[in-house]
Design a protein around this ligand. Structure first.
Ligand code: CTP
Length: 461
């Protein structure tokens, strides 16, 4: 483990924990004026406690209008993955409130859960203060979705049989919301007829199950029982939440992402360096806000979020056809780096060295954004383009609004490490003004854009 300093974490406890988790499963606790970080089997490393805003204590308001998840963390080694899950949900703009079972607290601390969720962590049914502030009934109903991760054999058995003898099982019985469980247990416990019976009963009761995965387990055995990866659970959550009352519920969003690939012959092509990360983050954020999302993507190394309907294409022509087939849509976000040009001809067989012309004649590709922005009955109510520029950002972006007939342009400066990187710095340009957003993660850009889209569609209703 790298010996990073608290100063690296910008003096904030939650960032410190996030940073620790990015390096692998570790235990982060606070002991008096010291922060203690310990990876399994390694010595403790202590740092002075951060002096800045400490975010784990007390109630911190959740973003207004955000979808909310009540996360029940059961007792299993996979509980450390639930910390990563909280981080991913927060990055997608979803508020998280956690119940940490006493068994779960053996694996992760309330402090870590509270720091990442930025909310109070609930643990004991008979804590009278909590009951006065928020009873278990309200706790389970103030969320849009209840998630159990890890869902142990014990929690599954209680929920399947309606047993309510602690806070987690009581919340599960009292809720009127949908429930998602991510089981995690030893392979034999998973295969046991009792667990399989409970599983069938839970599914019949309408509980959604994600995982478990198959693989090497912490207990040394191999087989199904490993908790699904946090990103997979996040996508399942977003899919379920999109049926809930998010700010974009009922809207259809069409998003393009990634590069297009224009063949020269069966093995060679023209393309660009777009990674698809920003488009995928926007598609995921729109789904998290409740929209039905069609993501038309060029070839990228990313897995499509399971919360969207993904259509995979290669060329600009295919991308245009897939977009037109997906209409009508309420909003179109054109994030793809569409190749402006394609080879005039594409050889049916591989071109041999001797036959190669030294010059490739090019012809212009259709402009997908301009085509979909044309006035007409099928034009989406809001059409948003991206402008990747290396100079005169605002001026070029403004000119593009006029050229393409779109409503907004998200202008980004790609002169630095934006392409393929995790962060982006953008200016949102509307016909009547502009907003410069600070540099932030691509997920955060997605979440903020989804909020702006929801506000604009509401204003146009
Ligand atoms: N775009 C498109 N179809 C094309 C080219 C671009 O839909 N054939 C869209 C992109 O998805 C983006 C916007 O148009 O939303 C602007 O893309 P950009 O590459 O910045 O602009 P170009 O139109 O290609 O202009 P230039 O390369 O001259 O800057």
């Amino acid at each position: 483990m790298r010996d990073w300093a608290v100063a690296d974490a910008k003096n904030r406890f939650s960032e410190l924990i996030t940073k620790a988790l990015e390096e692998g499963p570790q235990r982060v606790t606070r002991r008096g004026r010291r922060v203690v970080v310990q990876a399994e089997g390694e010595a403790e490393i202590t740092h002075p406690a951060p002096t800045g805003r400490v975010e784990y204590a007390g109630h911190i308001a959740q973003p207004a209008g955000a979808l909310r998840v009540l996360l029940i963390i059961g007792g299993g080694i996979a509980a450390y993955k639930s910390l990563e899950l909280i981080r991913l949900l927060k990055k997608s703009g979803i508020a998280v409130r956690a119940i940490l079972t006493p068994a779960g607290a053996h694996f992760v601390t309330p402090l870590s859960v509270g720091a990442l969720s930025e909310d109070k962590v609930y643990g004991d049914l008979f804590d009278l203060t909590d009951e006065a502030e928020m009873g278990h009934i309200e706790l389970s109903r103030s969320a849009d979705l209840v998630v159990v991760a890890p869902a142990t054999a014990d929690l599954m058995a209680k929920a399947a049989n309606g047993i309510a003898n602690d806070l987690a099982s009581t919340a599960l019985l009292a809720t009127d919301k949908r429930v998602l469980m991510a089981p995690a247990m030893n392979v034999r416990m998973w295969a046991h007829p009792a667990t399989q019976r409970n599983l069938r009963r839970l599914e019949a009761d309408g509980v959604t199950i994600v995982g478990p995965d198959e693989g090497a387990m912490a207990c040394g055995e191999f087989g199904p029982g490993r908790m699904a990866e946090p990103a997979q659970i996040r996508d399942a959550i977003i899919r379920l939440l999109s049926n809930a009352a998010g700010p974009l519920a009922g809207a259809h969003a069409l998003v393009t992402a990634g590069p297009t690939v224009e063949p020269i012959d069966p093995v060679r092509f023209l393309s660009n360096r777009s990674s698809g990360k920003q488009g995928y983050a926007i598609a995921r954020a729109l789904a998290a806000a409740g929209a039905r999302v069609t993501l038309v993507s060029g070839p990228v190394a990313l897995a499509a979020p399971s919360s969207v309907d993904a259509v995979h294409v290669e060329t600009a022509h295919e991308m245009l056809a897939a977009c037109q087939a997906a209409l009508p849509a309420d909003v179109f976000v054109s994030v793809a780096a569409v190749a402006d040009w394609r080879p005039e001809t594409s050889a049916a067989e591989k071109i041999k060295k001797g036959q190669a012309a030294r010059v490739i004649a090019l012809t212009e590709n259709p402009d997908i954004l301009a085509t979909l922005a044309k006035p007409g009955p099928k034009r989406p109510r809001l059409v948003i383009g991206f402008a990747a520029e290396t100079e005169k950002l605002e001026a070029h972006a403004r000119a593009k609004i006029a050229q393409k007939g779109c409503d907004w342009i998200v202008a980004n400066d790609v002169s630095g490490d934006v392409m393929g990187g995790a962060e982006n710095e953008v200016v949102l340009i509307r016909r009547d003004g502009e907003e410069r957003w600070p540099r932030m993660g691509k997920d955060a850009v997605g979440a903020r854009l989804a909020t702006a889209i929801a506000d604009a569609l509401r204003a146009r209703d």
